[in-house]
Design a protein around this ligand. Structure first.
Ligand code: GDP
Length: 295
């Protein structure tokens, strides 16, 4: 599970404070230094760490904290609240169109987990009573269409494909197909590349303009750390994302991406992928994630 290192280091910092009873400003300063190191080691962006620590310090050196009977506990509470705020505060919901079908476009780098996680998300919506359709818009890897068909059949969700024609035409046709056949959600599985490139972005913009998706979710691999944040920035600049789905949080990612993405892009993490199985998907709750990080 991601965040193990961060959880351990934060808990060590808090343990020292707890051992002290009454706290001085110097104690708080030392704890802030440790929190700062822990976040940097977890690969949280430098500026995000700086702002975070300054917010926590400001609250922690207040007289109501230092003079309280349980100052250490109050500092843990402040860190918890600020971590929650950093990750967006409230849960971010999926926008559902008042005129079905709701179109969800999944974008991201190759290997980020688009195909798997698009299917997971469609499966989650199916459980909630929706009738999703998966659409194969990655025409560059023939195996991608097949992979989508495999996951679709595992979840008993129909898959729309037209082979290797223009992805813009496929996206349009998929939405029409959904309208005709009673699917109320369409998940567009788009192509990825190993790196962000102009041509890919243009193709994604063309798809966006053609079908005007209700959601454009960036699927991003938590394991790639700071690069995930850079990719999120590039995709957001090109497409104006509506949200992020962070995958592979079950791995030993240091977790920095989860903590930086919202602050850097302003876009919410809406879902997380927690494993290779198709039911290993969760709605992202900033408060629960903060509590999980604090152990
Ligand atoms: P795409 O190229 O973006 O479509 O990526 P895929 O959906 O093909 O996923 C790439 C690899 O990541 C596959 O082996 C998936 O099984 C794996 N994967 C996807 N999501 C997760 C996750 O949440 N946890 C783990 N451990 N593996 C994942």
């Amino acid at each position: 599970m991601a965040f193990e290192g961060l959880t351990e280091k934060l808990s060590n910092a808090f343990k020292k404070l707890r051992g002290k009873g009454r706290l001085t400003e110097a104690d708080v300063k030392e704890a802030m230094r440790e929190i700062r190191m822990a976040l940097l080691e977890a690969d949280v962006s430098y500026k995000v760490v700086k702002d975070f620590v300054s917010k926590v310090s400001e609250r922690a050196v207040g007289s109501d904290v230092l003079e309280s009977l349980t100052p250490a506990q109050m500092i843990v509470k402040i860190v918890n609240e600020e971590l929650t705020a950093l990750m967006g505060g409230e849960d971010a919901k999926l926008t559902i169109s008042s005129k079905p079908p709701t179109v969800v476009m999944l974008v991201g780098l190759q290997g980020a987990g688009k195909t798997t996680n698009g299917a997971k998300l469609a499966g989650l919506m199916k459980k909630q009573g929706k009738r999703p359709l998966l659409a194969a818009c990655d025409i560059y890897r023939p195996a991608a269409i097949e992979q989508l068909e495999v996951v679709g059949s595992q979840l008993d969700i129909p898959v729309f494909q037209m082979g290797q024609i223009s992805p813009v035409d496929i996206a349009r046709a998929a939405v029409e197909h959904a309208q005709k056949h009673g699917s109320d959600m369409v998940f567009l599985d788009t192509a990825g590349r190993l790196h962000v490139d102009e041509e890919l972005m243009m193709e994604l913009q063309d798809i966006k303009n053609a079908v005007e998706p209700d959601e454009i979710l960036l699927v991003v691999d938590a394991m790639i750390g700071q690069d995930a944040v850079n990719a999120a920035k590039a995709f957001d600049d090109a497409l104006d994302l509506t949200g992020v789905m962070l995958t592979k949080l079950d791995g030993d990612a240091r977790g920095g991406a989860a903590l930086s993405i919202r602050a850097v892009t302003g876009k919410p993490i809406k879902f997380v992928g927690m494993g290779e199985k198709l039911d290993q998907v969760e709605v992202f709750h900033p408060d629960r994630m903060a509590s999980r990080i604090l152990g």
